[in-house]
Write a protein that binds this ligand. Structure first.
Ligand SMILES: [Zn+2]
Length: 287
């Protein structure tokens, strides 16, 4: 059964580790991530962007697929199904479809409007036993068409949003979605520390987990980050493994064209990536 992410992230914050959010795109992605979470005895958050939701034909399909897998695969570790960077309307659709967690990305609104819409969603999520993530300060790179510059959030605005009754908070601390450019300045631990001082027990979320050096990840966890989003890294691993299979001509040997064979190396690569992240984040055996 799906659970909200509130408990798993409270435990993570208290235990000084982080739970990974791994974004899903299809059946192979979802199966690989759930298998790895179960093998690592780790809690996990399945992230779904609005674009990925649309790709999978809609949120109801996603909920049906994930719930089916939890049962058929005998998954016993805590699993949350979470809308990533949701619009207000997208959030309402996911509440209806049966997600267990949502992120409202109101970072592009003026702070007053972000506050007003977040408040509405706090109420709705409470009624449904769902967890709610909010965002302050846009996170760099491109997230479903919204391009941000990797800015740092204002700690006072973070405090204002945190106090609305949300469950965890994403704040820009110089992190970027996608691949990091060669001239990237690194995470602003000064900003993270200032946010954590003001928001206290609130679990903080680090978006754009791909390509942040391990020592920075560890330091961010020390400073209160309890959820780390990983998306691009699984995509790169899947693409590289699939390319290798095709370039080696394996799709033309025997029944190598069978999608169950063709997609297997990519799925294994996702599993290896997810396992590596769970070890780095410290969530192994924390289910
Ligand atoms: Zn993000």
């Amino acid at each position: 059964m799906l659970v909200s992410a509130t408990e798993m992230l409270k435990k993570a914050k208290a235990g000084h580790y982080a739970v990974g959010q791994f974004n899903i795109n299809n059946l192979e992605w979802t199966k690989a991530i759930l298998q790895t979470a179960q093998e690592c005895n780790s809690p996990v958050i399945l992230g779904v962007s609005e674009g990925a939701g649309k790709y999978m034909t809609g949120y109801k399909t996603v909920v049906g697929m994930v719930n089916g897998m939890l049962e058929e695969m005998n998954i016993t570790v805590p699993v949350a199904l979470h809308l990533d960077h949701g619009s207000y309307e997208g959030c309402l659709k996911c509440v209806e479809a049966g997600f267990s967690s949502i992120m409202f990305d109101g970072s592009h609104y003026p702070i007053e409007e972000n506050v007003a819409k977040t408040k509405e969603l706090v109420k709705i999520c409470a009624e449904h036993g769902m967890s709610l993530e909010a965002e302050v300060g846009s996170i760099g790179g491109e997230e479903d068409g919204v391009v941000g510059a990797g800015e740092c959030a204002d700690p006072n605005e973070c405090k204002m949003i945190a106090d609305l009754g949300i469950d965890f908070l994403a704040a820009g601390i110089g992190n970027i979605h996608g691949k990091y450019p060669a001239n990237w300045q690194g995470l602003s631990f000064e900003t993270l520390d200032a946010i954590q001082q003001l928001t206290g027990e609130m679990p903080l979320v680090l978006h754009g987990g791909t390509g942040i050096p391990a020592d920075m990840i560890k330091k961010a966890i020390d400073l209160g980050v309890s959820k780390i989003n990983v998306n691009t890294e699984c995509q790169l691993a899947f693409a590289a493994a699939t390319r290798e299979y095709v370039e080696a001509g394996k799709d033309q040997q025997g029944k190598g064209y069978d999608p169950r064979k063709l997609l297997a190396p990519g799925a294994e690569a996702i599993k290896a990536t997810v396992k590596e992240k769970m070890e780095l984040f410290g969530s192994v055996n924390k289910a």
